[in-house]
Design a protein around this ligand. Sequence first.
Ligand SMILES: [Zn+2]
Ligand SMILES: [Zn+2]
Length: 174
Amino acid sequence: MRIELVNLEHGRGDFAQVYQPDELNLDDERVSLCSPASISGKIRQSGMEVFINGNVDSCVQVDCDRCLRPLQLPVKSDFSLEYIPGNEYEANRTVELTESLMSVSVFDGESIDVDEIAKEQILLQVPTRSLCKEDCKGFCLTCGADRNAGECGCSVGDTDPRWAALKDLMSGKS
Ligand SMILES: [Zn+2]
Ligand SMILES: [Zn+2]
């Protein structure tokens, strides 16, 4: 969904959108939606600038970093964004790179892409590190057993999930 600024009445408007999990491409193979994602908010235009306040609500599925078990994380976040047209940004930047410009996004001066905001705000909430539980033991590097299910009897080594995944690939397990 795009909001065309010419359609705003007195430079203001509300928006709301619900995406089914297959309707929003998160562009991140580690992450998928496990419930519909909703986004809503208010948009306000002031001169060349556009201000957006809103919130996103969804649930994402990621794999545990250690045992690769899928886990679901609720996503709920408020955001407030500021946009200026690309040419304005360039003009301001050459004069002085102010602190406030750093947090400003650039747009084409005509419309705001709500899909893009939803995607960005959801991905911002995904932790860089995700564990199914704080003390997940991951896979045994020697036999490939899930060490959460109990010790397999191999000597304890360093469990690096990348090697565990590779080991699974080579042994034909999924
Ligand atoms: Zn785990
Ligand atoms: Zn083992």
